[in-house]
Write a protein that binds this ligand. Structure first.
Ligand SMILES: Cc1cc2nc3c(=O)[nH]c(=O)nc-3n(C[C@H](O)[C@H](O)[C@H](O)COP(=O)(O)OP(=O)(O)OC[C@H]3O[C@@H](n4cnc5c(N)ncnc54)[C@H](O)[C@@H]3O)c2cc1C
Length: 454
């Protein structure tokens, strides 16, 4: 089961208004505003951090101030190490500050992928650690006083009888093999909570939930600063110098350290060429309605849970604290914003909630997810002193916290958990940079056809 990873959706017509508020998918080279004006308006801003100029030294230098890089920095600082974070744009600019906010157990891949690769015992360990990733969200909210609108409850919803069988088999497998209990809701039970006729039931998890992703990410940035981490914004890394004393170089300076952590995710380019072919950047998009008012919002999703269907090109949605509906879907393989985005999202939203015919998509934005071929996490080390985490495959809100922790553990000398992740085999997308997108699209066309037919 890979419930949160969006994939290309090439069958929708492109004939609508352009959307000016979409991010540029290219490598950033200047400090740009946050992609989601809605999230930015709701999050207390982080004071601007300086650009790197000259030479700095630290125990560890981290590339990227998203959830992965900030989580790593916090864990390292808590272990007494000095840390510098270099961010091309601003903290939270990437996927971390613009995502759907669904914080869910597990990884982007089915546990079966991990069982095949590592065996059942190791797969069970990884599963339990993913629950730690969800728990870490709460630990950090409490420890650092991060107000990020946490709302408990998440449902995976089937659209087709085949998907009902898949979800029920998943529930049985998670219960029997992993000791994790999910509630099955039949259609009537779901209908009492979710005002949509589209779904045939739900697999409900009270432990997962959703949050305001930019509030959470900037809360982590403030926490890192409070622990003595130095963050440099507007400081794109141009090269990684490897060796006994590695360094990250920007146009205006460098940071020398004992260890480097690469947490640049889908926009990392030209820094570690062995990592890039193993992930495919895929664009995914979110639209937000105006505030609906508490009564109308409650009538849509009575318990305020987050919802995701299990199609390959999935829809995912939630209500925010201002009673807006935030609706995600419509992935693009080109990584360029689709020109008809607003209308497409509106159409998809109304397929779920026809009663919102009068409600516009007021704002929309997008970002890149880092899909690995098997959708499993790709975390490990290059040589002795360069660490990395990628391949969250659209499932990183909770898992990034864990990634930071296991990398920090490894740098501090306890590498057992990172080694377990590093044993997951990963392959390059075929075709290199030029061809991997068309090949992925061909593969995804098959899965979309499958979703359409059965
Ligand atoms: C629209 C969208 C919706 C999503 N919804 C969900 C969801 O509901 N649930 C879920 O679990 N996951 C979701 N995800 C995925 C989730 O957001 C990511 O897995 C997670 O945020 C990855 O965090 P990160 O820190 O690894 O990457 P990022 O947040 O992308 O951070 C990487 C940072 O590195 C910086 N960087 C890159 N290159 C350089 C360089 N050369 N020098 C310096 N800095 C550099 C970037 O500017 C960026 O700030 C979604 C993603 C998107 C885009």
């Amino acid at each position: 089961m890979a419930p949160t990873a969006p994939l290309p959706d090439a069958d929708l017509p492109d004939a609508d208004l352009p959307d000016a508020d979409l991010p540029n998918a290219d490598l950033p080279n200047a400090t740009a505003p946050h992609a989601s004006a809605l999230y930015a308006a709701g999050a207390p801003p982080l004071p601007a951090q300086p650009r790197l100029a000259g030479v700095e030294r630290a125990d560890v230098v981290v590339l990227g101030a998203g959830l992965t890089g900030l989580s790593t920095a916090i864990e390292l600082a808590q272990r007494g190490l000095s840390v510098v974070v270099l961010e091309a744009q601003r903290a939270g600019w990437g996927a971390s500050g613009r995502n759907g906010g669904q914080a869910i157990f597990g990884y982007g891949c089915d546990q079966g992928v991990l069982e095949d690769a590592l065996g059942l015992d190791a797969s069970r360990e990884l599963f339990d650690w993913s629950l730690e990733g969800v728990a870490m969200v709460h630990e950090r909210r409490t420890a650092f006083g991060i107000d990020c609108d946490w709302q408990a409850g998440h449902a995976h919803v089937p659209i087709k009888p085949r998907q009902v069988r898949e979800l029920q088999a998943w529930r049985d497998s998670l219960g029997a093999r992993y000791g994790y209990r999910l509630e099955w809701w039949d259609r009537d039970r779901l209908r009492g909570t979710l005002a949509s006729e589209r779904y045939l039931g739900a697999l409900f998890d009270a432990n997962s939930g959703h949050l305001h992703p930019l509030k959470y990410t900037l809360g982590l940035a403030r926490a890192a600063l409070s622990l003595g981490v130095r963050i440099f914004e507007g400081s794109p890394v141009q090269t990684l110098a490897r060796g006994a004393r590695p360094a990250l170089h920007t146009a205006a300076g460098r940071v020398e350290a004992d260890f480097v952590v690469l947490a640049g995710n889908a926009t990392l380019r030209g820094i570690a060429p062995e990592l890039e072919p193993r992930i495919m950047p895929v664009g995914t998009y979110i639209g937000a309605t105006p505030p609906l008012g508490a009564a109308r919002a409650d009538a849509l999703i009575g318990n305020r849970m987050a919802v995701a269907d299990i199609n390959w090109a999935l829809d995912y949605f939630r209500l925010d604290a201002d009673h807006r509906l935030l609706f995600g879907g419509r992935a693009s393989y080109s990584t360029l914003p689709p020109p008809n985005l607003r209308a497409t999202l509106a159409r998809r939203l109304r397929r779920v909630f026809p009663q919102l015919q009068d409600v516009p998509i007021e704002q929309c934005w997008g970002g890149l997810v880092d899909i690995s071929r098997n959708r499993a996490p790709d975390w490990g080390r290059l040589g002795d002193n360069v660490y990395y985490a990628q391949g969250f495959s659209g499932h990183g809100v909770a898992a990034t916290g864990l990634a930071g922790r296991v990398i920090a553990e490894a740098i501090a000398g306890q590498s057992a958990r990172l080694d377990a992740f590093a044993r997951i085999p990963h392959r390059d997308f075929p075709g290199g940079r030029a061809l991997r997108t068309p090949l992925l699209v061909a593969a995804m066309a098959w899965f979309k056809l499958r979703d359409a037919l059965w």
